[in-house]
Design a protein around this ligand. Structure first.
Ligand SMILES: Cc1ncc(COP(=O)(O)O)c(C=O)c1O
Length: 368
């Protein structure tokens, strides 16, 4: 019998049951006659701010733009330095560079998020930084309280990268986006909340920060055709994407619950001495990616491919080793980051994955 291949993710499966709803949403935008920064954007901004438990949300054109404009809005300017992890495919580093700032790369803890102790050491020993960027990688909340304390004591801004963590919730109820001075979201189609194209948002509890992002996303305008704020450009959110996102927002918590259930099954079921599974984290983890670690990663990947199971590597090359930085960080050693880049493997994990598929993945891992 021919067995179906199991993909890492499937957008087709996600949208199929929503087809009629999405078409109706698209039609309403078509008929509304307003296509950029209109009522659908405003309505989604209000709904998403309420969902995150913050006062303000500003829709922008992508997660990368959200990071860049959030950094600018908290005061990052040319010549500044921004501390961040080096294990998330350069997203944060590109944003810092786009501000004219330099990334300061800091090692991660075993949970793959910024290590607060390593951050403290970097802040004390490696010169002043303007902001710290904390990425909730794979959907797991970073150690935000310790990171916030390190920043607060030194007058440094904290910006969250929530591109993989929509809805992740701490035990006290605060969600990703509610911890920093500003937070950036991506709504790239594969994200836990995804548009049908590029989209992003900055959320903040600080009205002045939100106001600056609002100006920066439209040429730095203080009013029409008057560019008051330096660093502005076009990063507007489409009505179409906002309407699609708003339609899906009520489904996000259910999708995240299903991701957690799949992760739970994997973590209980995968019992192989060479495969380390992630620790459970309750609602603090929305499992954007289910990442295991294996010293024979490439062999495991080939074994799973043989069984018809697709996998991916998030991420294979740490930022401080990326060619575009031209060897500027050649002397820097980040042992945990470098080790995890060699061992990380993402297994299929998306809400529409069937229980039978999950069992097939577990079984294939255990037969490695
Ligand atoms: C952690 C992280 N930050 C930033 C981004 C950038 O978002 P975008 O692709 O929407 O620009 C992504 C995703 O692509 C991401 O995963």
């Amino acid at each position: 019998m021919q067995v179906e291949a199991i993909p890492v993710n499937s957008l087709g499966r996600r949208v199929a049951p929503m087809r009629e709803r999405l078409l109706a949403a698209l039609e309403s935008v078509l008929d509304g006659g307003h296509y950029v920064l209109g009522p659908a954007v405003e309505a989604f901004e209000a709904a998403f701010a309420a969902y995150c438990g913050v006062a303000h949300c500003v829709g922008v054109a992508s997660g990368s733009d959200a990071l860049e404009l959030a950094l600018k809005a908290v005061g990052v300017a040319p010549g500044d330095r921004v501390a961040m992890a080096a294990n998330a495919a350069m997203y944060g580093a590109h944003a810092a560079l786009a501000c004219g700032a330099e990334p300061v790369f800091v090692d991660v803890a075993a949970d793959s998020t910024l290590d607060p102790a390593a951050l403290e050491r970097a802040l004390d020993d490696r010169g002043p930084v303007r902001a710290v960027l904390a990425t909730h990688l794979y959907g797991r909340l970073a150690q935000v309280d310790a990171l916030a304390a390190a920043c607060r004591g030194r007058g440094i801004a904290l910006v969250e990268d929530c591109a993989q963590a929509h809805g992740a919730r701490a035990p006290d109820g605060r969600r990703a986006g509610a911890f920093g001075d500003a937070a950036a979201f991506s709504f790239y189609p594969t994200k836990n909340l995804g548009a049908l194209g590029d989209a992003g948002a900055v959320v903040s509890g600080d009205a002045a920060v939100a106001e600056r992002v609002r100006a920066l996303r439209q040429y730095g305008w203080e009013r029409k055709y008057v560019s008051a704020l330096p660093g502005g450009r076009n990063s507007r959110l489409d009505e179409l994407q906002a309407r699609i996102l708003h339609e899906q927002l009520p489904l996000l918590d259910g999708w995240n619950e299903r991701r957690r259930a799949i992760a739970g099954r994997y973590s209980r079921g995968i019992r192989h001495p060479d495969i380390a599974v992630p620790a459970p984290a309750g609602e603090g983890h929305v499992v954007h990616l289910y990442v295991v670690h294996c010293g024979r990663r490439d062999a495991l990947r080939a074994h799973l491919a043989e069984a018809g199971i697709a996998t991916d590597v998030h991420y294979p090359l740490p930022d401080h080793r990326q060619p575009c930085l031209g060897g500027r960080h050649a002397a820097l050693s980040l042992p945990v980051t470098e080790r995890q880049a060699r061992t990380a493997l993402s297994l299929p994990c998306f809400p529409e994955l069937s229980d039978a598929e999950v069992e097939r993945v577990i079984d294939a891992c255990n037969r490695f």
